[in-house]
Write a protein that binds this ligand. Structure first.
Ligand SMILES: [Zn+2]
Length: 163
């Protein structure tokens, strides 16, 4: 379903109208060879958790059980989508828009295009750009350090030079 030209916007909009289909799409992207257990690394040796016929409790959707280590997991474990209340299809749409445009896309523009609240878009784009942000922070700190050392030089210069 993903051709060599990459993911298309229609693939996204046709296939991720709801959480269920968004999860299935993301599973097929992240796990092309079948589910990968994040606990023991076994590939395609897990089954989707099913509710027992006599059980009244609904089973959480998208939960897999590894036959190797018996642990449970879902496709978002270890990704930026983990531990958030934002539905996965909104994450995928935002991630798509961020990556689709060569120059990137501002949170404001994504907010206008999708109707998702600006605050939520801002949160998502910052999480999605985490590696970039880390390098930006490192860059800022570097700049700060060089400014500080320049200031120290200025101060020592002032105290010795003038009088
Ligand atoms: Zn396992």
């Amino acid at each position: 379903m993903i051709d060599k030209n990459g993911l298309k916007l229609t693939t996204i909009t046709d296939r991720i109208g709801d959480e269920d289909s968004a999860r299935k799409l993301y599973e097929s992207i992240r796990w092309p060879e079948g589910p990968v257990c994040p606990h023991c690394g076994e590939i395609n040796n897990a089954g989707q958790l099913q509710a027992r016929p006599d059980s009244k409790k609904p089973v959480r959707k998208g939960v897999w059980k590894c036959y190797g280590c018996r642990e449970q997991f879902s496709v978002t474990v270890g990704t930026v989508f983990e531990d958030s209340h934002i539905p996965l299809h909104r994450w995928l749409l935002t991630a798509y828009l961020l990556c689709a445009s060569k120059k990137g896309m501002s949170s404001h523009q994504i907010h206008r295009m999708t109707g998702i609240s600006y605050k939520t878009v801002w949160f998502m784009t910052h999480r999605l750009a985490l590696p970039d942000r880390k390098s930006r922070t490192a860059f800022r700190q570097e700049k700060q350090r060089s400014r500080q050392s320049r200031n120290i030089l200025k101060k020592t210069g002032a105290s010795t030079g003038k009088k």
